[in-house]
Write a protein that binds this ligand. Structure first.
Ligand code: DQA
Length: 305
C-alpha cells in the first residue's frame, strides 16, 4: 500500500476566532469545524494532516523549521503576517517542503494593504478567496504534486524559467534524468508491423508516465538482429518527435533471446522518483524483466493481430 503523505496545516494569528470574527468575511465555521473538514479531506485523499494555530510569529517559524523532517507539504494561512512577515517568508524559503499559502477571503478584493503577500514568493502557490475550499484544494494539489505534468516553469524559454532560483519555489522543480525501459515483439520482419508496435510501445510509456514531449531527453531503440525492415525511430518521428534525439542500434545476437524484439530506453527529465517510473513490456516481451514494474495494460502474446 502507498504510504500516506503527511501534511502540516498552519493557521496564523486571529484564526482561533473563526466563527465569531467578522463572519461576513470569514464565514461562520469555527476553527474546530475547519480542522474537522481538513481531517475528513485528508482521509478522502489518502493523506494525514496535522493542524496547528498560533498567534505567535516565532511559534509558526519553529513549526515550519520542524516540518522539514516530518512533512511533505505545508498549507499555510499566515493571517495578517502575510502582508509583512519577512521572518515567516524566510522560514519557508529555508526549508525544502513545498508550501501553499491559503486565505479564506480574497485578499485582492479587500483593502489595499492586503493586496501584497511577502510570503507568496517563497511558496509553491497561493489560493485565496475560496473559504475552507482554499485549504482543501491546497491539500489535493500537494498530494498530487509529484505526478503533475505541467508545473510552473515548465516549457518556458530558458532565460525565463530560471530553474536555479533559490527562494523557495524554484528549488522544488529541479528535475533529474530518469530512464524508462520498454520492449515489444512483432511476428514478422515487416516495416508496418515494426512501426505499429513501436508506436504502441511509445504511447504506452507516455501514457503510463504522463510524459510530454518536452520531458524527453533522448530515446534509444534496439532491435534483435532478425529485424531490419525499418528503423523504429521513424515511429517516433511520425508521432512528431522530430526534435528529440533518437538512435537505433542492433543488439548482440544472444542464443535463446526473444526473437523479433524492439527495445526502448527513454531518457526523461522529471521530478519523479525512480520507484514511480513505469516500464512497459508488451506482448511476448511481457516475459522479460519481471523485476521492473510491468505496465498494467500489458497484453499477452498473440492477443494482438
Ligand atoms: C486571511 C486574510 C488576511 O489579510 C487577514 O489578516 C487574516 C485572514 C484570510 O484567511 O482571508 O487574518 O489570511
Amino acid at each position: 500500500m502507498k504510504e500516506k503523505k503527511k501534511l502540516l496545516v498552519l493557521h496564523g494569528p486571529n484564526l482561533n476566532l473563526l466563527g465569531k470574527r467578522e463572519p461576513e468575511i470569514y464565514g461562520t465555521l469555527t476553527l474546530e469545524d475547519l480542522n474537522e473538514l481538513i481531517r475528513r479531506e485528508a482521509e478522502e485523499i489518502g493523506a494525514e494532516a496535522d493542524s496547528f494555530q498560533s498567534n505567535n510569529e516565532g511559534t509558526l517559524i519553529d513549526l515550519i523549521h520542524e516540518a522539514e523532517s516530518k512533512y511533505e507539504g505545508i498549507i499555510f494561512n499566515p493571517g495578517a503576517f502575510t502582508h509583512y512577515s519577512i521572518a515567516l517568508r524566510d522560514a519557508l524559503a529555508g526549508v525544502t517542503v513545498p508550501a501553499i499559502e491559503v486565505h479564506l477571503s480574497n485578499i485582492y478584493g479587500r483593502e489595499e494593504f492586503r493586496h501584497h503577500s511577502v510570503i507568496a514568493p517563497a511558496a509553491w502557490g497561493q489560493i485565496s478567496g475560496l473559504g475552507p475550499q482554499s485549504y482543501l484544494l491546497a491539500m489535493r494539489a500537494l498530494v498530487k504534486k509529484d505526478s503533475m505534468t505541467f508545473l510552473p516553469g515548465d516549457n518556458l524559454p530558458e532565460e525565463k524559467s530560471n530553474k536555479k532560483q533559490t527562494a523557495g519555489r524554484g528549488r522544488h522543480f529541479e528535475s533529474k534524468t530518469r530512464a524508462v525501459r520498454g520492449a515489444i515483439d512483432v511476428q514478422a520482419n515487416d516495416e508496418n508491423e515494426i512501426l505499429e508496435a513501436t508506436t504502441e510501445l511509445l504511447q504506452q510509456i507516455v501514457t503510463n508516465n504522463n510524459i510530454v514531449k518536452e520531458d524527453v531527453a533522448a530515446v534509444v531503440f534496439s532491435l534483435t538482429v532478425d529485424l531490419n525492415a525499418v528503423f523504429p525511430a521513424k515511429a517516433a518521428r511520425q508521432m512528431g518527435w522530430t526534435d528529440v534525439p533518437l538512435f537505433d542500434v542492433v543488439e548482440v545476437d544472444v542464443p535463446g533471446a526473444l526473437p523479433r524484439c524492439i527495445r526502448v530506453l527513454m531518457l526523461l527529465n522529471t521530478d519523479r522518483s525512480i520507484k514511480e517510473i513505469k516500464h512497459a513490456y508488451l506482448r511476448g516481451a511481457s516475459v522479460l524483466r519481471q523485476d521492473l514494474q510491468i505496465a498494467e495494460t500489458a497484453t499477452p502474446y498473440f492477443s494482438q493481430k
